[in-house]
Write a protein that binds this ligand. Structure first.
Ligand SMILES: C[S@@+](CC[C@H](N)C(=O)[O-])C[C@H]1O[C@@H](n2cnc3c(N)ncnc32)[C@H](O)[C@@H]1O
Length: 156
């Protein structure tokens, strides 16, 4: 099925910090590539008033996320797309929120360069975009993980 990544969710207590570091504003358009169970997608729509596109290949996670979005009444702000994120256009994104390995980020970097508009922000948990210089790095320690990890912010 072309999975590029395993499913490892971002710790819940890191999500608000990622979206805050990205200065996410009401009505901005966020893409989460590999949106998993939708925890970041839901927080961005519910707590920041953003519009969100989650792209996820694992159907079990797509269904789980769509159900939660419906139950929370967020369907007007959130779209969950069952597709390979390599095939989804990023041209309209204001913010990309990513928890993907360096290997996958490296594969996607040319696509980011082609498609993201100038000024779009990219916020990553744990793995940097290797060729880019972050405008901000924040050390965070998820409560369940003990060791510090890093949130990286880039502006295109
Ligand atoms: C490390 S998890 C991150 C999940 C979520 N973004 C979060 O922060 O909790 C990566 C996700 O990417 C999904 N994935 C892997 N390869 C994919 C692909 N090519 N297209 C879309 N989703 C993919 C996996 O199923 C998994 O849910």
């Amino acid at each position: 099925m072309n999975y590029t990544e395993p499913y490892i969710p971002t710790p819940e207590d890191i999500i608000a910090q990622m979206l805050t570091v990205a200065s996410l504003k009401q009505d901005e358009l966020v893409y989460d590539l590999g949106s998993g169970d939708g925890r970041l997608v839901i927080a961005a729509a519910r707590d920041f008033g953003a519009r969100v596109v989650g792209v996820e290949l694992r159907m079990r996670l797509v269904k789980e996320c769509r159900r939660k979005v419906r139950e929370m009444g967020l369907s007007d702000r959130v779209t969950i797309t069952h597709r390979n994120f390599k095939k989804v256009s990023l041209r309209k994104a204001d913010v990309l929120a990513l928890y993907l390995s360096s290997y996958t980020l490296n594969l996607l970097t040319p696509k980011f360069m082609r498609e993201l508009r100038a000024g779009a922000r990219v916020v990553n948990f744990d793995y940097p975009v290797l060729d880019w210089k972050p405008v901000r790095e924040l050390k965070v320690t998820p409560s369940s993980w003990k060791e510090p990890h890093t949130i990286y912010l880039y502006v295109v």
